[in-house]
Design a protein around this ligand. Sequence first.
Ligand code: KG4
Ligand code: ZN
Length: 359
Amino acid sequence: MKILGIETSCDETAAAIVDDKKSILSNYVLSQTEHEAFGGVVPEIAARAHLDHLDRLVQKALDDAKTDLHALDGIAVTSGPGLIGGVLVGVMMAKAIASVHKLPYFAINHLEGHALTPRLTEDNLEFPYLLLLVSGGHTQILIVKDIGDFEQLGTTIDDALGEAFDKTAKLLGLGYPGGPEVEKRALECLDLAHALERFPLPKPMVGRAGSDMSFSGLKTAVRRHIESLKDTERKDPAIQADICAAFQHTIGLVLKDRLKRAIEVFLNLYPQHKTPTLVISGGVAANAYIRTTLTTLTTRYNMHFAAPPMKLCSDNAVMIAWAGIERLKKNLISDINTLPRPRWPLTELKSKIEKENSV
Ligand code: KG4
Ligand code: ZN
């Protein structure tokens, strides 16, 4: 059973083929560099770039996997949430291929793609598991109960975590996307205690009930620190390293506090779970400092920790193809007329499955 996955919801044009034995037969990701000059993704440019490259990438993915469209068992495509112009490019191509070749069509929720990736990359990750989903547009703590069945324990009440990384990088004049740049700079900090003393930062929501998060106050505090610097200081790599390290460390503290509460809820709900697992997924999951922080936290609770390999953390089509495989196994085939959605919360997937099953 093999499925072609297509991803075009943001600034990565991607095509991949995955089979039900968990083999990645091909994986192409083209990261659009056109947006760098703007310090963020420009939707119109993104949509045009997808249009320019997608057909070539799909062909390469087929060639690499030594297969062709006739031999596929389905087409899976990101149908939202995301920048709708880009999503439409992928969806129209996937619908055309599915119609011409009479293939099952899977309208995949991009976030579900991130959420299910660890079931592809881990040996035996069973439902339910606890998930921290952190990307450029989303920050959520969820219990993944089944395909399409998510319970949200916490979410950001303002900015997404990836966005906070991107903003910090932009204020320091580092490149885009900002997360990897901030992480790299933070590694150069020689004295974290000194950095935290010089650049004290708030820890939004820490100590509060529940698992909601907030990053806009933290972002503002970073901005104030940077604005208070002289021009030469702002460009000084040692000072940049201190700011990045203080920022990243504070994020670690916030995530630990918010997740502690979610872990306790999860363990109370599933006291008999043999291998309770915390999974991190989404672009920010590539951050090694955050991974290490969460590994320490899970060890304290005798929980497993799982994270996809770096290249499957940021946007890719492997995760979309895999979500298609998971759905094909359960015969959850989408209607070819499914409309793409710019906004599509994970918690809305379940009612859809129940409706389809009752028809
Ligand atoms: O999942 P993703 O590729 O795209 C969205 O669906 O948003 O996530 C992109 C986000 C960006 O904000 C980027 O700065 C962040 O993930 N990111 C990181 C790292 N690598 C990517 N954030 C922190 N540390 C990283 N190493
Ligand atoms: Zn994503």
